[in-house]
Design a protein around this ligand. Structure first.
Ligand SMILES: Nc1nc2c(ncn2[C@@H]2O[C@@H]3COP(=O)(O)O[C@H]4[C@@H](O)[C@H](n5cnc6c(=O)[nH]c(N)nc65)O[C@@H]4COP(=O)(O)O[C@H]3[C@H]2O)c(=O)[nH]1
Length: 820
């Protein structure tokens, strides 16, 4: 019997023919399930020749030892079963599977499609099996999936404007637990409602996807929202994709938070650069200017174009020393930073000093990328520094050097004199009675007077000489470049003459005299300190010698200073060892010659030197402060004596006690007076306190307040040494005093010197006008007494009546005086 269908003699050649035409691997089975055709493409795939397979019923063996290529066989069986049962025939069966090709042991994915073959009459005559090797596509798909999954950047697949797939990176970037939570969502759902440009995320996402679909590729920035609600910036790339004939979009994100941050940092730096008040200049590694900011243009007057490409030395004023630039480059090379002062010149030619801070910007390999310099004009600061420095070394009132400045300059001029084998003279100058003028006429007059003195000194001395004011009315001058000591004398004479000229201050004509002390380098001393000490000593000596004169230092002056120091030491010791006592001098009533008072006068019985005069030790006690303790003792002792005399019935009506300027300044004076009066049960009316004219004028407001308080206690107040100061009438009137003590210098000469007689007469008249009593001091002769009485003097005191006597002699003294 002729085989059925394709395998009979008529149909077989046709089947072979069209099978051989197929480029896809294929074979055909006849209705007995035997291989009726096996094309070349299949030979290539399986390595099995056609001849070996024709007529066989087990074609699967060509594909795998273990698997069966059953499709065609099963289709045939299904067809035959259906035909037997009269059912509808399946036309086609599809199958896919993994096969190991035996001839080359290659594992491959084969997809087979079995189709029934019909002859020209439509009668089923066999099965055609088409086989496709999908291994390469499968590999590509696997590779893609791996790439998709393993990509560190989030990747999404969008279909129909919905996320349909994504990788793990996307899940973790958004902070979700699983992919499923993210899929089937519109991209805008994972974003804030609006994007930074104000567009709604939904609308913008739609637009972006449309553009990607149209253009094939679209890239843009997008703000996403994480699962925890926080936002982040991403750069999104959308690429059009075809998947199985469907349009899709391949979407990748890149987190650009850092990039955004650095972009905003760059924007910030750019704005700092542009808007900084500091001038900034940037150069390339060859030190050519590549950028300058507006502040630098303002500071230098150059435009950016004018500076671009130039070396920064175009700005240099050429004043900074070469060594500065050497240090600058050394520091930039080793530490990559330098700061310091540089002198620059503006476009208009003006020169200024700037504070420069230069740093080197290097790349990872350590190569110089830029030099960045920032500048500040520090001219004002330098000026302020110079001013501060000037003030630290100068006296603001006179603009002369101060003590500090003098010390510096003196060292220099001494060193220079030493080098040049020259001499120099150091002059200490003190203005006689300046303090009195200052206190009585006010500080503003005093200040003008000092400024005028400074002007005169400057006008007289040379540039090279040194002039300083140490404070108060103390001036110091160093005459330099002297070839002999005599040269200094000529200058001293000129100084005396110039300073003696009257001063017109605020419409007042004032007279001042200088006391000067001179010490010579190297004759008297070779160091500044000693020279100063000696000139000072010489100046004190000039004062002691009656003021308005100049003394050159002599060794014995130094000796005198030593004696004075010794006296001071002994004074303190004497205070603790009862070496002081009070003497009393009677004050007589001019009218009836009776004793109306006694003045307590201090005496120092020195164990070796005998009696020391208060005129000698009181000024020392004043200077060293011992006067406070001494004065307190005097007051107490005088009150104690007064009480003793009262008890003995020989007390004068009043006891007068001297109060020094120092005591008057002391806060405790009032209390002490009160305590002494109380301690000895004395009424305040029997105590007179004598204050010198100059003491009362020192810090007048203060003095007036204390004197007022004393007066309120009931104590009488007298101005001592009247006529020696500069008291103005107005000032005298403001003092709560009851009497004036006419200084004994006027009394002494009143009978021989007309002007002294006039002063005495005027003082008495003045006192009477002011309602004050006058006590004349130092009355030694009957003539003086008579003249004073004739002029209306109230009280008299002097050797004519008695020298000061110790308290023990007081009873005898009053007995003697009452007999006169
Ligand atoms: N040539 C001459 N001199 C006469 C005559 N009559 C009195 N004297 C002297 O003149 C001075 C009067 O005292 P003073 O003007 O207050 O001047 C006093 C007073 O300013 C000060 N002094 C004395 N004792 C004290 C004291 O306890 N405290 C204070 N702060 N100063 C005192 O010492 C100055 C000198 O005192 P003394 O040497 O005791 O000198 C006394 C007295 O001995 C005279 O007819 N001819």
């Amino acid at each position: 019997m002729e085989p059925l269908g394709i395998n009979n003699a008529t149909t077989r050649p046709a089947v072979f023919h069209w099978l051989s035409q197929l480029r896809i691997p294929a074979f055909a089975l006849d209705l007995q399930g035997q291989v009726a055709g096996w094309n070349e493409a299949l030979v290539t795939l399986t390595g099995v020749p056609q001849a070996m397979m024709l007529g066989r019923k087990d074609p699967w063996l060509a594909f795998s030892e273990t698997s069966q290529m059953l499709t065609a066989q099963s289709l045939l069986q299904q067809f035959q079963q259906a035909q037997r049962r009269g059912q509808v025939l399946p036309e086609c069966i599809h199958e896919a599977g993994q096969y190991l090709l035996p001839h080359n042991r290659r594992e491959c994915l084969l997809v087979s499609d079995a189709t029934l073959l019909r002859d020209e009459r439509g009668v089923i005559c066999g099965v055609l099996q088409l086989i496709q090797d999908r291994s390469e596509q499968e590999k590509a798909a696997t590779r893609f999936r791996r790439l998709f999954t393993a990509s560190p950047d989030p990747v999404w697949i969008i279909e129909n404007n919905t996320f349909v797939d994504c990788n793990d990176a996307a899940v973790s970037m958004l902070g979700y637990a699983s992919r499923e939570q993210l899929l089937n969502t519109h991209p805008s759902k994972l974003s804030p409602e609006f994007q930074p440009d104000g567009m709604s995320s939904y609308e913008k996402a739609e637009l972006m996807m449309k553009l990607a679909t149209q253009n094939g590729l679209h890239r843009f920035e997008w703000v996403h929202t994480r699962a925890d609600g926080t936002d982040f910036d991403a750069e999104v790339t959308l690429a059009r994709l075809e998947i199985g004939g469907n349009h899709a979009i391949y979407c990748t994100w890149r987190d650009i938070t850092e990039r955004k941050k650095s972009e905003s940092a760059v924007r910030l730096y750019a704005s700092v650069f542009q808007n900084s008040g500091e001038a900034i200049l940037i150069t390339d590694p060859q030190n050519r200017i590549v950028a300058v900011n507006p502040s630098l243009c303002r500071l230098t007057g150059y435009s950016e174009e004018e500076l671009h490409g130039k070396n920064p030395r175009v700005l240099s004023a050429g004043r900074s020393p070469k060594s500065t630039y050497e240090q600058l480059w050394a520091a930039l090379n080793s530490e990559r930073f330098w700061q310091g002062e540089l002198w620059d010149r503006r476009k208009d030619g003006s020169v200024f000093v700037k504070w420069a801070a230069i740093s080197v910007n290097v790349d990872d390999a350590g190569n110089v990328v830029n030099y960045i310099a920032s500048y500040n004009d520090i001219s004002e600061r330098k000026e302020a520094e110079a001013r501060i420095d000037w003030l630290a070394h100068h006296d603001a009132l006179t603009e002369l050097l101060n003590r500090h400045g003098l010390a510096q300059q003196l060292k220099q001029v001494i060193a220079s004199a030493q080098r040049n084998k020259q001499q120099l003279a150091l002059i200490f100058l003190d203005l006689d009675r300046f303090k009195t003028i200052n206190d009585t006429l006010g500080h503003h007059i005093g200040d003008q007077l000092l400024a005028e003195v400074a002007r005169r000194l400057r006008a007289l001395l040379r540039e090279s000489d040194v002039i300083a004011r140490l404070g108060g009315d103390e001036f110091v001058m160093a005459l330099t470049e002297l070839n002999s000591a005599n040269q200094s004398m000529a200058v001293v004479r000129k100084l005396e003459a110039k300073l003696n000229e009257p001063y017109l201050i605020d419409g007042r004509l004032l007279h001042l005299t200088p006391s000067m002390g001179v010490a010579l380098y190297p004759d008297d001393a070779t160091c500044a300190d000693e020279l100063m000490r000696q000139a000072d000593t010489a100046m004190y000596h000039a004062k002691e010698s009656g003021r308005n004169n100049t003394q050159y230092y002599a060794a014995e002056m130094g000796q005198r200073a030593v004696v004075r120091m010794e006296l001071e030491r002994e004074l303190w010791r004497a205070l603790d060892s009862d070496q002081f006592t009070l003497y009393y001098q009677p004050i007589m009533c001019a009218q009836d010659g009776t004793i109306c008072g006694a003045e307590a006068l201090l005496r120092w019985h020195h164990p070796e030197r005998g009696m020391i005069s208060p005129a000698e030790f009181i000024p020392v006690a004043e200077e060293c402060g011992a006067i406070l303790k001494l004065g307190a003792w005097v007051l107490d002792e005088a009150c104690r004596q007064m009480q003793a005399w009262q008890t003995a019935g020989i007390a004068p009506a009043r006891i007068a006690v001297n109060i020094s300027a120092h005591q008057l300044r002391q806060d405790g004076l009032l209390q002490w007076v009160g305590e002494c009066l109380a301690r000895y049960q004395l009424s305040a009316e029997c105590l007179t306190l004598e204050v010198t004219e100059t003491a009362a004028m020192e810090r007048p407001e203060n003095a007036i307040a204390i004197l007022n308080a004393l007066r309120q206690m009931g104590v009488e107040l007298a101005i001592d040494d009247f006529g020696t100061g500069y008291s103005s009438l107005a000032y005298l009137q403001s003092l709560p005093i009851q009497s004036l003590k006419l200084d004994r210098r006027f009394v002494m000469h009143m009978c021989v010197n007309e002007s002294d007689a006039d002063i005495a007469a005027a003082s008495i008249a003045l006192a009477q006008k002011l309602g004050l009593k006058v006590v004349a001091e130092g009355v030694e002769t009957v003539a003086q007494r008579d003249a004073l009485v004739a002029q209306g003097c109230d009280m008299l005191q002097g050797f004519l009546f008695s020298k000061p006597v110790p308290a023990t002699q007081w009873p005898a003294l009053i007995a003697k005086l009452s007999r006169c």
